[in-house]
Design a protein around this ligand. Structure first.
Ligand SMILES: [Zn+2]
Length: 894
């Protein structure tokens, strides 16, 4: 799955207790992590009854958004039972029969709290094969969970239409049909649906047969191979498609009528990616077809249903006339991520949600590797070095994971998951991004070929089955002849990551010390890692060292030569240089590759955040950088000044900081200019867009005027504004909008049938700073102008961009019930708390705690702790920054 948000889990308050809990958690994980074994896999369902085949028939009723269903499940009873226990949620079971014998209704017990259905059998059911038949009804949801509906405006005609889709991960297949809804219960699924005659239904497998019936048609899909229940999919509506073929595999892009042609880019990319993965994994894609399905609502991300991947429309469709270069790259990356899941996740599935990172960390790493392989011009790995920003470029940033992982609210990659709500919370930065970063570090340590051979061995050994992390380490240890489990333990079984301090000693010796790197986390329990270190004397051959102790010594490092650790920033650790080493590095900046420069910038900024260095360390480095238009390097600066500018809201230092920040960014913008050049690289186009957005946010008068002028021209001639410039120009115009401009932007947003343009217009509305307009924007979240997943994010967007997080929170608080009705399962635990993210006043942390105690479920606690930590960090950092920045800028003025 690919999400649009981020979160972190465990918060350890009392140091001693923290240490004990941590010790317990880590030793527990270490102790229980064994190869996959069905009987020992965690879960709620008894393991003595195993479903092998489902035949499901669903008939949706659009007039009242309900459905009627029936199913027959072939069961393998492993030892005799008196009860059948399986999952069901918000389903009404109207009849049940075992081996054709109807059960009396009182024998059927549904427990919505536990999400379980229990059938009490009249007599013992003997070991062997049996059949369970059920008849049930359920509801079609507004938000993207279970079976849901979406309303949208049709391309061309502009008519309001409705369509259906499903979203089951992590635990919502049970809302669609009663089932053994835990990943280790693999079975074959054969779906039959009834839909209107002019609708196209899609599922995991191709259509097997189709017949007209009263009120529509009945469509039967072929049976799937054995797979986990959460990977089922059903999408239906007035759809179009385009198709191609790779060997035996039919590839299609499916979209609402009139939009399939915008799938041309994704269709080509899918073919390229499929060939790459067929080779990489050593096992060819096993299903007869692969559908990439664009849906105009439900969620903001994508979901790897086997053979029928669903995408939020703007993550799959590309309109060459209006889509930006960034959209194109996002599409490729999301495709590569989801398609990697066809093997890692679908063909081989994690046994339980505590190993979710096996799916997500792996798909994130593989997707980035594949994207970088075919598109070196995008600098994919470099883009991971940017600090976190909840609304931009999620899913790829290593820095984003490291920022969260330094805090008290972090958790290990492998984490204990007991309940459905906890499973839904597991989809976070640590699982995705730290997982990805660790795999990249491990791959470079073991070697690309050895690593790939290990993956091939793993897939071949476990296809159509489930695994734990231990199974992956076994395969990689086999091919590498290294004890991978031992190296990996520190990274996946304990939270956090290290900082390596570098100290020059006499005799050309360099002393290294590792310790846990933390931010806003006093008395953190000390931990130790096996660090695959890389280093080189600048200009010389690189070396590597596995640092297994607290200290290490590097010999023969000339005292007058610069030394760079963590080459290309590929390792998931920070480096803190002593002054002589730092000074030497500053002198050779132009000789370093951009990857290494960005790595120095990221580490410097992190050291400032951690209070280990003053802000002059970071800005001193930035001022020494050679002039360049390298995207990642400039974006790193943009991210930092954006963050500081937001933090200083209401401070007396803000204006002077804005002028200073403008002076850092303007030279690069002057080089690039406003107008795209025909021969420029894609990164130049993206950097121009970022600079316009950033300089506009910094109130740069020339950029503000330039944006307004271009918007006026755009109103009479929409083609005058190049696709790459639309988002930033509209956002800058929105920020300073008066009511008339706001109304115009709103009107444009209502009119467009392009999800991408729509997003740009509503983002612009969200940026308006006038309090009256802020309230007008917020009110939109309660209407059905936007897909549910976008409507709910509008509130956070306003909190971030309008400079009025207070108004946004007041609004959210007053309308929480209506807003939560639009939030899917994965967002339910975090929605309320996340509205506090952009406060930097300590009293808001207390307000959140009080609010949570009164209003939020226990499952929200980890998210609440994370946001409380974020507010406290911002409050403390704001004070520190204001003083240090004043001194830095004063020195500059002198
Ligand atoms: Zn995923």
């Amino acid at each position: 799955m690919r999400n649009m948000r981020s979160t972190l889990i465990r918060h350890l308050r009392v140091p001693l207790l923290a240490f004990l809990v941590l010790f317990l958690i880590t030793s527990l994980v270490a102790a229980v992590e064994k190869p996959f074994n069905f009987n020992e896999t965690p879960g709620k369902l008894p393991k003595d009854v195993v479903p092998t085949e489902y035949a499901i028939r669903i008939s949706p009723k659009l007039e009242n958004f309900t459905f009627a269903g029936s199913e027959t499940i072939k069961l393998n009873v492993r030892s005799s039972v008196h009860q059948l226990v399986f999952n069901g949620l918000e389903l009404k079971i109207e009849a049940a029969a075992v081996d054709g014998k109807e059960l009396p209704l009182p024998a059927i017990k549904t427990d919505n709290e536990k999400e379980l259905v229990t059938l009490t059998l009249p007599s013992e059911l003997a070991a062997g094969d049996h059949a369970l038949t059920l008849r049930f009804t359920g509801k079609i949801n507004q938000q993207g969970q279970g079976l849901f509906y979406m309303r949208y405006q049709e391309e061309g005609s502009g008519a309001r239409k409705v369509m259906l889709g499903t979203q089951f991960e992590a635990t919502d297949a049970r809302r669609f049909f009663p089932c053994w809804d835990e990943p280790a219960f693999r079975a074959r699924f054969q779906l039959t649906v009834v839909v209107p005659e002019n609708w196209l239904p899609i599922s995991n497998m191709p259509i097997e047969s189709e017949q007209k019936i009263e009120g529509g048609k009945e469509v039967r899909f072929a049976s799937t191979p054995p797979m986990s229940s959460y990977l089922n999919v059903f999408v239906a509506g007035e759809l179009d498609l385009i198709e191609s073929r790779v060997g035996p595999t039919q590839i299609r892009v499916v979209a609402t009528k009139g939009k399939a042609e915008f799938g041309r880019y994704a269709l080509g990319a899918s073919a390229e990616i499929l060939k790459y993965y067929n080779d990489y994994f050593g096992v060819p894609y096993p299903l007869p077809k692969l559908d990439q399905i664009a849906i105009p609502g439900g969620f903001g991300g994508a979901m790897e249903n086997w053979g029928g991947i669903t995408y939020y429309e703007s993550r799959l469709l590309f309109d060459p006339k209006s889509s930006s270069g960034e959209t194109k790259q996002n599409i490729y990356e999301v495709l590569a991520h989801e398609m990697a899941h066809m093997w890692f996740g679908d063909l081989v599935t994690m046994a339980w949600w505590d190993n979710l990172w096996l799916n997500e960390g792996f798909a994130s790493w593989m997707g980035s590797k594949c994207t970088a392989h075919f598109n070196p011009q995008w600098e994919v790995w470099l883009a991971r070095e940017l600090p976190r920003d909840p609304t931009r470029r999620v899913g790829i940033a290593k820095e984003a994971a490291m920022e969260g992982d330094a805090r008290s609210s972090t958790h290990p990659i492998q984490q204990h998951v007991a309940t459905e709500a906890e499973a839904n919370s597991a989809f976070d930065d640590i699982t995705y991004k730290k997982g990805q970063s660790f795999l990249r570090m491990l791959e470079s340590f073991l070697g690309e070929d050895v690593f790939r051979d290990g993956i091939r061995q793993y897939i071949a050994a476990h296809e159509y089955s489930n695994t734990t992390t231990a199974d992956l380490w076994t395969a990689l240890s086999d091919t590498s002849k290294k004890s991978v489990a031992e190296i990996a333990a520190g990274w996946t079984e304990q939270p956090g990551f290290p900082v390596v301090s570098v100290k020059r000693a006499a005799d050309a010796q360099l002393r290294l010390t590792q310790e846990r790197f933390t931010v806003n986390f006093k008395n953190a329990p000390p931990l130790l890692w096996q660090i695959p270190l890389t280093y080189s004397v600048v200009g010389e051959t690189p070396s590597a060292l596995l640092m297994t102790d607290n200290t290490a010594v590097l010999e023969n490092i000339p005292a007058d030569r610069a030394l760079k650790l963590n080459l290309n920033g590929a390792g998931n650790y920070r480096v803190e240089y002593d002054e002589p080493s730092w000074t030497l590095l500053l002198e050779v900046l132009p000789k370093l590759g951009v990857e290494d420069r960005v790595n120095l910038m990221s580490d410097a900024w992190a050291l400032v955040q951690a209070g280990r260095a003053p802000v002059s360390l970071y800005f001193g480095l930035v001022e020494k950088l050679p002039a360049s238009t390298d995207l990642a390097e400039r974006e790193q600066i943009i991210s930092v000044v954006d963050f500081v500018n937001g933090l200083l809201l209401g401070s007396s230092e803000r204006e002077e900081f804005q002028r200073y920040a403008q002076s850092l960014l303007r030279p690069t913008f002057a080089t690039l200019g406003w107008e795209p050049k025909p021969d420029e690289t894609p990164t130049a186009g993206r950097l121009r867009a970022s600079l316009i957005g950033a300089l506009g946010y910094l109130n740069d008068p020339a950029v503000l005027a330039g944006c307004r002028e271009r918007f006026a021209k755009y109103l009479t001639d929409p083609t005058s504004l190049p696709p790459d410039l639309r988002a930033p120009v509209l956002a800058v115009v929105g920020r300073s909008a008066d009511e008339k401009t706001w109304d115009k932007l709103h009107e444009l947003g209502l009119k467009t049938t392009s999800i991408e343009d729509q997003q740009n217009f509503y983002n612009a509305l969200a940026a308006a700073t006038d309090a009256k307009l802020v309230r007008k924007t917020l009110a939109i979240a309660l209407t059905d102008e936007l897909p549910t997943s976008r409507a709910i994010f509008l509130v956070s967007r306003v909190a971030r961009d309008s400079g009025h997080p207070d108004i946004a929170w007041e609004f959210a608080k007053s309308n929480m019930k209506a807003l939560l009705a639009k939030v899917d399962a994965a967002g339910a635990n975090r929605y309320a708390a996340s509205q506090f993210t952009f406060f930097s006043d300590g009293s808001r942390a207390d307000e959140l705690k009080t609010y949570a105690k009164k209003n939020l479920a226990q499952a929200s606690a980890p998210e609440v702790n994370k946001i409380v930590d974020e507010i406290q960090f911002r409050a403390e950092f704001k004070k520190r920054l204001a003083t240090q920045l004043a001194a830095w800028m004063e020195r500059k003025n002198r």
